[in-house]
Design a protein around this ligand. Sequence first.
Ligand SMILES: NC(=O)c1ccc[n+]([C@@H]2O[C@H](COP(=O)([O-])OP(=O)(O)OC[C@H]3O[C@@H](n4cnc5c(N)ncnc54)[C@H](O)[C@@H]3O)[C@@H](O)[C@H]2O)c1
Length: 249
Amino acid sequence: MNRYDGVKVLLTGAASGIGRATAIRLTTEGAAVYAVDLSAEGLAETAAAVTGPGTLATRTVDVTDEPAVIAAVAAAAETLGGIDVLVNVAGVHKTTPIETLTVADLNRLFSVNLVGTALFCREALKHLPDGTGVIVNTASLSATQGSPFMTAYSASKGAVLAFSLSLAAELTARRIRVVPVSPGAVDTPLTRNPGIFPAGLDLGYFSKIRSYFGAADPEMIAAAIAFAGSSDAAYFTGADFRVDGGAHT
Ligand SMILES: NC(=O)c1ccc[n+]([C@@H]2O[C@H](COP(=O)([O-])OP(=O)(O)OC[C@H]3O[C@@H](n4cnc5c(N)ncnc54)[C@H](O)[C@@H]3O)[C@@H](O)[C@H]2O)c1
């Protein structure tokens, strides 16, 4: 008996990093996954890595494109025969000192990280079943912990966290759970090319957001997402689920 047997999952950001690890983890546990991302090439690599017993369908979507999101969620519901769990993982990052922060950076971070997440929630809620539906949104340790040179990214993730907490409260009448998952540092392409840091950076700045366990592997976050989306987490809703190796302590 697999934990996700018969469970239909819509997953964003599945072409890389945490999203890919989540696609592999959920299909390994039996889920039927409809995976979306901007990168067709990355989605193909994810599909090639999936071995079942669950299934994976893919679609190229920009999560900031409202008509495309509306169409993708409708297609996911039709392909899967409904949606039980929505997992929002798609996201972008950029570090920059405040002196070089641009409106373009702010708009991009908020539009992918917050607006994309919100659009998928709104559309998926047309299909998620009352009583058992679940939304898992990827926030970040940066949402609640000062993270130098990440003001815009942190603010966008703080917005994802606040959005998720309020949505959880709003959905109590439908008994749909909303779980924001907040990873600390994870070894993925996102953290390998972060953006701009000041010259002569003092790494001591990062001591508050570094775990003594080192950076997580994406599979560690996928395991937490799989738990949050499953019936094992039936009493988890409306609280930040930190998966940060104790970095906040
Ligand atoms: N890596 C970390 O240390 C870390 C820490 C905390 C939170 N997170 C969050 O976890 C999530 C996944 O990050 P990751 O580390 O796996 O990064 P990643 O770069 O490996 O994967 C992000 C995925 O999102 C997709 N994406 C970006 N913009 C998109 C758009 N407009 N439409 C559709 N897809 C889009 C990318 O194509 C990519 O496949 C992000 O939301 C990130 O903010 C990551």
